[in-house]
Design a protein around this ligand. Structure first.
Ligand SMILES: Nc1ncnc2c1ncn2[C@@H]1O[C@H](COP(=O)(O)OP(=O)(O)OP(=O)(O)O)[C@@H](O)[C@H]1O
Ligand SMILES: [Mg+2]
Length: 372
């Protein structure tokens, strides 16, 4: 086999990173990948992944969402070469992982940064010492290590905490150290396996903002493994939904959010707080129009109509009263995504007229139930 040339690692200053380019070449390609684990004792092999094909472009943030046991961590271990697929091929940064020797694979892993749920910091080393570790392993000079560690701690906002030990840092700060360490060898790809799952919502938001900035400023491709739809919604350009080792749905985040196809995707979307109805409405909701005065309709604004006075026009056009029960506009995949829950008269003619009018306006309308 020919020797595989590796780009120099660890020596690139942060400024050497190229910013993300739209439509750039794929940096991670999974082609019909399967992974079966043979049990140590007797029994049939566990199929953790089956026929998974994914192509992730340079500079993208891709969310991989799935329930416990869906195969998310297995996917991560295949991408960073810690496991070999039992079928198909994994190519990262142009290198087919299965063809690498053990030594080459170790070197290749420096092009891939890992961020873990429980940070995995060394408790006997300071923040700076933890970030320095991969550079020491790579055999960098002391001067270079110091310069780079300072740069990285500055990037993640921890310059002042450089000499603190993990026990003296908050969860969010520990994860910042974890991210700085993952970036030490100037990786092309950052794999985050449930990186925010141990953090509170506010800290999660800050860490996601940091990851988004890292992509923006350094052009690093980010794969986010998560079981939380909120994480995907916040920063992923694209999302793949994993269920029992298979990708059941995949696409740009906004499209998957506005028109989910697979039941698993839908149930993940139900977990978003924005999808939940206010309690007093939810408890009053019934399935039958009998004896009810109002129908509760959810309207989704995803297009240019989001900025138009749709409801007042609708009320005038149909000569009915419309009550707004709840509403919000959020950002999904960088675009505005509005949800309104309205109440309209419950007679079938009114409900039909409203849903037909909304559909004509290219708004998605769904009757959730009825209230007295
Ligand atoms: N080394 C192994 N040997 C045998 N089975 C394994 C091994 N690693 C994972 N599995 C099995 O493969 C399946 C997928 O596991 P994986 O850890 O990838 O799931 P996950 O999506 O990361 O779940 P979680 O959200 O709980 O972390 C599970 O059924 C698991 O039991
Ligand atoms: Mg896992």
């Amino acid at each position: 086999m020919n020797a595989i040339a590796f780009p120099p690692v660890a020596s690139a200053p942060l400024a050497d990173f190229q910013p993300a380019q739209a439509g750039a070449d794929p940096v991670i390609i999974l082609d019909r990948v399967s992974k079966a684990f043979r049990p140590r004792a007797k029994g049939t092999p566990v199929v953790a992944l089956e026929d998974v094909s994914l192509s992730i472009r340079s500079g993208e943030i891709v969310g991989i969402i799935g329930r416990s046991g869906a195969g998310k961590s297995t996917l991560v271990r295949l991408i960073n070469g810690l496991e070999k697929p039992t079928g198909g091929t994994v190519t990262v940064a142009g290198v087919r992982l299965a063809e690498l020797s053990e030594r080459q694979a170790r070197q290749h892993r420096r092009r891939i940064g890992m961020v873990f749920q429980h940070f995995n910091l060394l408790s006997a080393r300071t923040a700076a010492g933890n970030v320095a570790l991969p550079l020491q392993i790579a055999g960098e000079s002391k001067a270079k290590i110091k310069r780079r560690v300072d740069e990285l701690l500055e990037l993640v906002g921890l310059a002042k905490q450089r000499d603190r030990y993990p026990a003296e840092l908050s969860g969010g700060q520990k994860q910042r150290v974890g991210i700085a360490r993952a970036l030490a060898t100037a990786p092309k790809v950052l794999l985050c396996d449930e990186a925010t799952s141990a953090l509170d919502p506010e800290t999660t938001e800050q860490i996601l903002e940091l990851l988004a900035r890292i992509r923006r400023e350094l052009g690093v491709t980010i794969v986010l493994i998560t079981h939380e739809m909120g994480v995907v919604k916040a920063i992923a350009d694209r999302v793949a939904v994993l269920e029992s080792g298979r990708v059941v749905e995949e696409g740009p985040t906004f499209e998957v959010f506005s028109a989910p196809k697979h039941p698993t995707t839908r149930s993940f979307l139900q977990t978003l707080s924005s999808a939940k109805l206010p309690d007093h409405i939810r408890t009053a909701l019934t399935g039958s129009a009998k004896g009810a005065s109002q129908a509760v309709v959810r309207v989704q604004f995803t297009g240019p109509q989001a900025e138009q006075p749709v409801l007042s026009r609708l009320a005038r056009m149909l000569a009915i009263d419309i009550n707004i029960l709840s509403g919000q506009v959020e950002t999904v995949g960088g675009r505005g995504f509005g949800t309104l829950v309205i109440a309209v008269p419950s007679d079938s003619a009114s409900v039909e007229a409203v849903t037909a009018a909304l559909t004509r306006l290219e708004l998605k309308a769904e009757v959730l139930g009825y209230v007295a």
